[in-house]
Write a protein that binds this ligand. Sequence first.
Ligand SMILES: C[C@H](OP(=O)(O)OC[C@@H](O)[C@@H](O)[C@@H](O)Cn1c2nc(=O)[nH]c(=O)c-2cc2ccc(O)cc21)C(=O)N[C@@H](CCC(=O)N[C@@H](CCC(=O)O)C(=O)O)C(=O)O
Length: 143
Amino acid sequence: MANESAELSPTDWVQDQTKQILETGTTEGIDVLGSPVVLLTLRGAKTGKLRYTPVMRVEHDGKYAVVASKGGAPEHPTWYYNIKAYPEFPLQDGTVTKDYVAREVEGAERAEWWERAVAAYPPYAEYQEKTDRLIPVFVLEPK
Ligand SMILES: C[C@H](OP(=O)(O)OC[C@@H](O)[C@@H](O)[C@@H](O)Cn1c2nc(=O)[nH]c(=O)c-2cc2ccc(O)cc21)C(=O)N[C@@H](CCC(=O)N[C@@H](CCC(=O)O)C(=O)O)C(=O)O
């Protein structure tokens, strides 16, 4: 997977942040409202293309949560379907890239990780207020 080239987001600010990570070789120094970011490389559910997808960094005990918030929009980000289709993918945190397996979580496990996510990036709480869509949470465990 590493040698296949991946696509950048069509969204300018996301593309800019991804380019910075690729050029500097680290996610260090990339933030959204002061909170750190990690970089996923996901495979498109329909096209099979690799796609760089930055998300907020929510880490605990070597596991990560990935929150399909899309700013509280009424619909899931399309990358939600990419993870559902191809749940094994690399995550870059700082200069380290490792493979993880993602699992959508619910109930008490989701609540536990949602708390961690809001602690890492408080605007997630506002996003959930904005929509009656239950914002999906994936937990990523090292492969
Ligand atoms: C615009 C669209 O974006 P999206 O997948 O809906 O995701 C929207 C955003 O969530 C995405 O840009 C995130 O990276 C934004 N984002 C976060 N988004 C979040 O939802 N949560 C976060 O925590 C988050 C943090 C974050 C930090 C930094 C940063 O720069 C961006 C951040 C997109 O990229 N479309 C592409 C790809 C579409 C795609 O993935 N197609 C799939 C098919 C998908 C399907 O089955 O429908 C395929 O190729 O097969 C396109 O239209 O060409």
